[in-house]
Design a protein around this ligand. Structure first.
Ligand SMILES: Nc1ncnc2c1ncn2[C@@H]1O[C@H](COP(=O)(O)OP(=O)(O)OP(=O)(O)O)[C@@H](O)[C@H]1O
Ligand SMILES: Nc1ncnc2c1ncn2[C@@H]1O[C@H](COP(=O)(O)OP(=O)(O)OP(=O)(O)O)[C@@H](O)[C@H]1O
Lengths: 214, 214
């Protein structure tokens, strides 16, 4: 397996190092000689030059690589031009590209990128959901004899507004979050009507959770 | 559930937006008024000011937030100072911080960060392994009547160098990768000795894969 990494910023450099750890044959390219030199001892091949120069790009023999990654984030025009050249002119089978913004991602897709990676956005979404999971776990850990369960919203309240349901009085549970079509809401709108298929993440005593699960 | 996001670069902004989608109550803070204004309509609360100013930091009432995220990547000193102040002086229960480099991560851990996020490094590692998995799948798809299997390295070759094993002749398979202690190698060193516990990812005809699996 081999891979070519074009652009050796933090993302490109970390990618090259991880592939080398997996004993993949790596070509690393950048116009900045210091960055090329920093990786020259680690990777199989390193090259220095301007990737927007089509002659230089063609001289790299990229067609013999399984995977090529365009790891240039902040120069959006360069990133899109290189990706377009690799996919449409050189007809490479697989090109992944790093994106900095949603518009950048869209342009890379139009240019033909097979995979678009936006590290900040993906890490942000991942952390948001990690915090959500922690909120559920933290809530559970402070309620000693309470559990947490994921239950289908009861048929008896389909079509009823969340705010009109007396969760404590009627079901003896606390509604932590509502999940609908894979999207989780921690403070569902009180005017929101319960739909069949809604899932509730609720906290309560085990007997009450069990009753809801039936 | 509520969360405070300190620093509204691409990571902080995407994090705030995703939490708002999950209907979490969000406080967004930055010294740059344009960035604060951009999010002011989306989040519950927004504030503008210098987060390295301890009086300003204390005025935000962060103790009433479940989670606080320091989303300042490029000013390492500011990021570490703010994290230290939040954990050691304000004694906040949970602080996540964004890091730009390994040294930055280490400093954030020393400062007491509960979670350190390095988007470029994590995305790079994830892409490296995605490419590895694709390499295995691609290899499989071009060999019509061949399969791929993960098998324990046979006891008969424990202690033998990889390069001294005639994979084709003896086992009638091609060694795609070797997995040892959760670390995968696509081109294992030919001088590397097979250890008990090694797993091989091999390609071959089903009957030969089955023979190896016994
Ligand atoms: N036209 C080009 N030819 C060759 N190398 C280039 C070209 N443009 C940018 N680079 C290199 O690509 C690397 C990454 O570029 P840049 O810093 O713009 O991306 P980034 O995505 O912001 O970086 P990071 O991965 O650190 O977040 C730099 O080392 C830069 O020298
Ligand atoms: N001392 C400070 N007080 C308040 N806001 C700050 C301070 N230092 C930096 N910021 C803000 O934090 C935000 C993110 O900072 P910066 O651009 O350094 O981080 P980054 O991690 O490189 O960004 P990105 O998330 O876009 O990759 C910026 O909007 C900046 O205005």
């Amino acid at each position: 397996m081999n891979a070519a990494i074009l652009g050796l910023g933090r993302f490109g450099t970390q990618l090259a190092r991880e592939l080398v750890k997996m004993r993949v044959d790596v070509l690393a390219v950048d116009s900045n000689s210091a960055r090329v030199n920093e990786l020259a001892e680690t990777v199989l091949l390193a090259a220095e030059g301007n990737l927007t120069d089509v002659d230089f790009l063609e001289s790299l023999g990229l067609r013999s690589y399984d995977y090529v990654v365009v790891a240039i984030g902040s120069d959006i025009a360069a990133s899109v031009l290189i990706t377009l050249t690799l996919k449409q002119r050189l007809r490479l089978k697989f090109v992944a590209a790093k994106s900095a913004t949603e518009d950048h991602s869209r342009a890379l897709e139009l240019a033909g990128a097979d995979v678009v990676v936006n590290p900040e956005r993906e890490a942000a979404v991942r952390l948001a959901h990690t915090l959500g999971a922690r909120a559920v776990a933290d809530y559970m850990s402070i309620q000693a004899d309470y559990g947490i369960a994921k239950v289908r919203a009861p048929a008896s309240v389909h079509g009823i507004k969340i705010g009109d349901i007396d969760m404590q009085g009627r079901f003896k549970v606390f509604l932590l979050a509502r999940v609908r079509e894979a999207s989780v809401s921690f403070n569902p709108d009180l005017g929101d009507v319960v739909k069949p298929g809604d899932t509730w993440i609720v906290s309560g005593r085990d007997a009450d959770l069990a009753a809801l699960q039936r």
